[in-house]
Write a protein that binds this ligand. Structure first.
Ligand code: 13P
Length: 252
């Protein structure tokens, strides 16, 4: 099953004008310099989306936001709608990242509502799932991830408008990672749940990314697993050489 690798950078709350332009410009040059068989995505903070879009002009790197509201417009002070993101040139939005689930109490239900609105506006979603260390220690990893998929992914999601990102919470920004076997087990189970929910055809085509301390040194180990279709990268995506080395080491 040919699923094109997605190498995605989540810049989180990092980047002022000068460093965002510099990073995007370096990524642009690196993407141009070599033919690679993967899709690139960068997700800067809202404030840098327009700037980064301009810096990436002329090169095939998709632009994504890190969250959105579930309404098109209206009285929602401080929020950004999916339509505003497409208007800016975004094609993706990350939803339900564990930092949003933890910092803003986002539930599966809310993530699903946002995903429906994002898809309606023409955005592709990267829906994040993943267990905490306590849940892992209790042996609940697969159940937690399955429930997050069942609750967060819209009933009519397709492989064209939805990407899943498995990010164990305890692996984010810590330098710790699960074993390759653990990652493959979760991804394979997630694909099974997707098959039940969306049908086998969509599940087989849907990309499931791994995220959590992905670095050039471990990229090959994770990205060569049969059910891993790319990476959602935090810290290492802020350095263009590391971001591109992850793609190169994954041989995509
Ligand atoms: P790190 O790559 O910094 O661990 O972050 C992963 C992440 O949360 C990407 O969304």
């Amino acid at each position: 099953m040919a699923r094109k690798m997605l190498i995605a950078g989540n810049w989180k709350m990092n980047g002022l004008s000068a460093d965002s332009i510099a990073l995007a410009t370096e990524i642009k040059a690196a993407v141009k310099s070599k033919k690679r068989n993967c899709e690139f995505l960068v997700c800067p903070p809202f404030t840098m989306l327009a700037t980064v879009k301009k810096a990436l002009r002329g090169v095939k790197v998709a632009l994504g936001a890190q969250d959105c509201h579930f309404n098109e417009k209206g009285a929602h002070t401080g929020d950004v709608s999916p339509l505003m993101l497409t208007d800016l040139g975004c094609s993706y939005v990350i939803l339900g990242h564990s930092e949003r689930r933890a910092d803003h109490g986002e539930s599966n239900e809310l993530v699903c509502k946002k995903a429906i609105a994002a898809n309606k506006a023409g955005l592709k979603t990267v829906i994040c799932i993943g267990e905490t260390l306590e849940q892992r220690d209790r042996g609940e990893t697969v159940d937690v991830c399955k429930n997050q998929v069942l609750g967060s992914v819209p009933a009519d999601a397709t492989a064209l408008n939805t990407v899943i990102a498995y990010e164990p919470v305890w692996a984010i920004g810590t330098g710790k990672t699960p074993t390759a076997a653990d990652v493959e087990e979760v991804h394979a189970q997630v694909r099974k749940v997707l098959a039940k929910k969306l049908g086998k055809a969509q599940a087989n085509k849907m990309r499931i990314l791994y995220g959590g301390s992905v670095k050039p040194a471990n990229a090959k180990e994770f990205l060569s697993l049969p059910d891993v279709d790319g990476a959602l990268i935090g810290g290492a995506s802020l350095k263009s050489t590391d971001f591109m080395a992850i793609a190169d080491n994954a041989a995509c």
